[in-house]
Each structure stands twice: as structure tokens, then as C-alpha cells.
Design a protein. Structure first.
Length: 224
């Protein structure tokens, strides 16, 4: 009984009472003001034997604000995109600018004997565009020897394709072949036979005109 009263007396003491509700208030006015933790906390907040929250103190550092970094570069534009490569011979095209030589198909007025292609890059469409003087099937080519197939004089080295309009049929009558001659006057020997220059014939040789014979006389199909 005496022990109970003693404990009760201790509990109500303002100076030594560990369970006094004002204990934490005194800590607030004492230790709290000395910088322990800032805001006061009562016994009911911490609980018996609990850790007293030392309060705010300095605010937790939020760290430096996140850097946004340098703004994304939009690029300087750079060099302009290269033009598409030009087309070579026989490449498809719709305009001259698409061909490396600026020739897309046969131009207006071009001869069909030289070039008649459409919508493709061509090497030439006229004989004058070739160093050889011959444009055939839209390409430059070498001239042809006597006897080769042709469709115009420029195809032939002799510049003679077939008998021509005014040829003597006894001298040249082979059409669409490169001819060595069309008339006797085209030959150093003075004789053109079967579209080729030939030597004149001696007496008794078969002939069809006087120029075939050395004697200059052809009688009844024989040289005199």
C-alpha cells in the first residue's frame, strides 16, 4: 500500500515524473529549442519507449532540377539531295533531260532509216551525229563494204546502196546491197558490172555492152 502511493507520487511529480504528460512539452522548451528536432512531440505521439521524431530539421534536399539537355539539333539542312543518275543508251526515258546525252527517242523529223525508237535513250537519230557518218537503228556504226545489206547510201563505204534511181541496169541492178559502182563512170577501168568495178574483157569474151570489152566493141554478145 505504501509502495503504491510512492509510485503515484512519483508519477505526479513535475520535476522527476517520467510519465508526466508535460515531459515532452518541457523537452520542446528545452532540448527542442536547442535544435534537437524542431517541432515538439508529446508522449501520446511517440508512444512509450518509442523513438521521438526529431521533426523537420532542414528540408530534404530535392537535388538540382533535372537538366533538359541541349535542344535537339534540327540539322543544318546539309547538301541538297543529288539528282538521279542519267540514263545510258536504251534506258527508258520520258524526256531528254533523263538521258546522259540528252537524246530521248527519235526527234521530230528524224528518218526512220536512222532511228525510230520512242521512250528510250538513243545514241543518235541522224547520220550527222556520228563520226562514221552512219546512224542505223539509233546507234552509230561503221560503214559497210560492197555486197552488205543496206537501206540507204550512208550505210555503205562507197555511199552507194543498190542501183539508185538512174543506174544503168547493165551496170548495176542489185537492190538493197552496198554497191561498188552504179555506172561505168564510177570505175577506174571504165567498166561497172553487177554493181562492182571490173577489168575490161578481151576478144571473144561474153559481153552485154561495148564498155565490157577492151576493144570497146561488143558484137552479138562477144567482145571483138
Amino acid at each position: 500500500m505504501l509502495l503504491g502511493h510512492a509510485l503515484l507520487a512519483c508519477g505526479s511529480s513535475d520535476d522527476n515524473g517520467l510519465y508526466d504528460d508535460d515531459l515532452f512539452s518541457k523537452a520542446d522548451s528545452g532540448a527542442g529549442k536547442s535544435g534537437f528536432g524542431g517541432a515538439s512531440v508529446k508522449k501520446s505521439d511517440a508512444g512509450i519507449g518509442g523513438v521521438v521524431n526529431t521533426g523537420g530539421g532542414a528540408n530534404a534536399g530535392g537535388g538540382a532540377p533535372a537538366s533538359g539537355g541541349a535542344p535537339a539539333s534540327g540539322g543544318g539542312g546539309g547538301a541538297p539531295a543529288p539528282s538521279p543518275p542519267c540514263g545510258g543508251i536504251q534506258a527508258s526515258c520520258a524526256a531528254a533531260a533523263q538521258c546522259c546525252n540528252s537524246r530521248c527517242g527519235a526527234s521530230e523529223g528524224a528518218s526512220d532509216k536512222d532511228c525510230k525508237a520512242e521512250n528510250e535513250c538513243v545514241e543518235c537519230d541522224a547520220n550527222s551525229q556520228c563520226a562514221t557518218g552512219r546512224c542505223d537503228d539509233c546507234r552509230c556504226g561503221s560503214t559497210l563494204d560492197p555486197g552488205a545489206n543496206c537501206n540507204e547510201d550512208s550505210d555503205c563505204t562507197s555511199h552507194l546502196c543498190g542501183p539508185g534511181k538512174d543506174a544503168d541496169g547493165k551496170d548495176c541492178d542489185v537492190k538493197n546491197k552496198c554497191a561498188g559502182c552504179r555506172a561505168d563512170a564510177n570505175c577506174p577501168s571504165g567498166r561497172c558490172d553487177d554493181c562492182a568495178c571490173a577489168a575490161t574483157l578481151g576478144a571473144g569474151a561474153a559481153c552485154d555492152e561495148p564498155t565490157d570489152c577492151q576493144s570497146g566493141s561488143c558484137d552479138s554478145g562477144k567482145c571483138d
